[in-house]
Design a binder for this molecule. Structure first.
Ligand SMILES: Cc1cc2nc3c(=O)[nH]c(=O)nc-3n(C[C@H](O)[C@H](O)[C@H](O)COP(=O)(O)OP(=O)(O)OC[C@H]3O[C@@H](n4cnc5c(N)ncnc54)[C@H](O)[C@@H]3O)c2cc1C
Length: 230
């Protein structure tokens, strides 16, 4: 369904800079998503907008978001299934409440599950795809499930097939005491307490092997540099 009013970049990205998306569609079901992907051969997928910068001015490229129909989560034993539109903080809260360990490395990372999978988001050397056993994808030809091991994912790059949208993921987690999981989450959040506050795209830069993007940016004198609103 098309959002009549479109979206301002400041309302849908953590950078809060950029222009206006004039052609935004929200898919609530796999069938709707498939129909939109068939209709718009060239389109963009927007998750939580925490790793996205939108150009200035009016942007007419069709943008597809996943609606609440994809923000589901449930588990049986140590197997958890979540929809791609669930926010990563909510997913982590669910895991802590139900004593499911394995995703504590997502602590402090904003956005949605689909975006996290696309970016193979995580902390240190760990990325979310390591905890996933099955991915549900939708593209122009329909819905399919894949084993993420077949993607050849790497550091902060999920290597999703071209044109594929993640709609859900199945995780294999480990049962643990909720208090233990919460302590691990708190410890990870504490490690971030020195990071800059305010609107940003957070860890948008990849760390090169053996160094940190933040240190390199600082040493070039680029910390705080601005181009337009970004
Ligand atoms: C304060 C802050 C801290 C951060 N810390 C970290 C960190 O520690 N580690 C880290 O890895 N990242 C970090 N990030 C970056 C970002 O939060 C993650 O990469 C996040 O997982 C992106 O998710 P999103 O839903 O916001 O993605 P978006 O910005 O919406 O999209 C990112 C990419 O994913 C694609 N995408 C989105 N949804 C789907 C989908 N369902 N199917 C297919 N493709 C999709 C988009 O098309 C786009 O290419 C941080 C960002 C901020 C603002």
């Amino acid at each position: 369904m098309k959002l009549a009013a479109g979206l301002n970049a400041r309302d849908c990205t953590s950078m809060r800079a950029g222009g206006r998306l004039t052609s935004v569609y929200a898919a609530e079901t796999t069938a709707e998503l498939n129909e939109l992907l068939q209709r718009f051969i060239s389109c963009r997928i927007l998750g939580g907008g925490s790793n996205t910068i939108i150009a200035d001015g009016e942007v007419a490229t069709p943008v597809i978001c996943l609606g609440q129909g994809f923000a589901t989560v449930s588990h049986a034993g140590e197997i958890l299934k979540a929809g791609a539109a669930i926010s990563t903080p909510r997913l982590l809260r669910y895991c802590a409440e139900h004593g499911l360990s394995g995703l504590e490395g997502l602590a402090g990372i904003p956005g949605q599950l689909g975006g996290a999978i696309c970016m193979n988001a995580g902390t240190g050397g760990w990325g979310i795809l390591e905890a996933i056993t099955e991915l549900e994808l939708v593209d122009q030809s329909g819905r399919r499930t894949i084993d993420p091991a077949d993607l050849g994912y790497s550091y902060r790059d999920g290597q999703l097939p071209h044109g594929a949208v993640v709609t859900a993921a199945v995780f294999r987690l480990k049962q643990a005491e909720p208090a233990q999981i919460e302590a691990a989450i708190r410890a990870n959040l504490n490690k971030r307490s020195g990071q800059p506050k305010g609107f940003s795209s957070g860890c948008i830069f990849k760390n090169p092997e053996g160094d940190s993007a933040g240190r390199l940016i600082d040493s070039c004198g680029f910390k705080g540099a601005r181009v337009g609103g970004a």
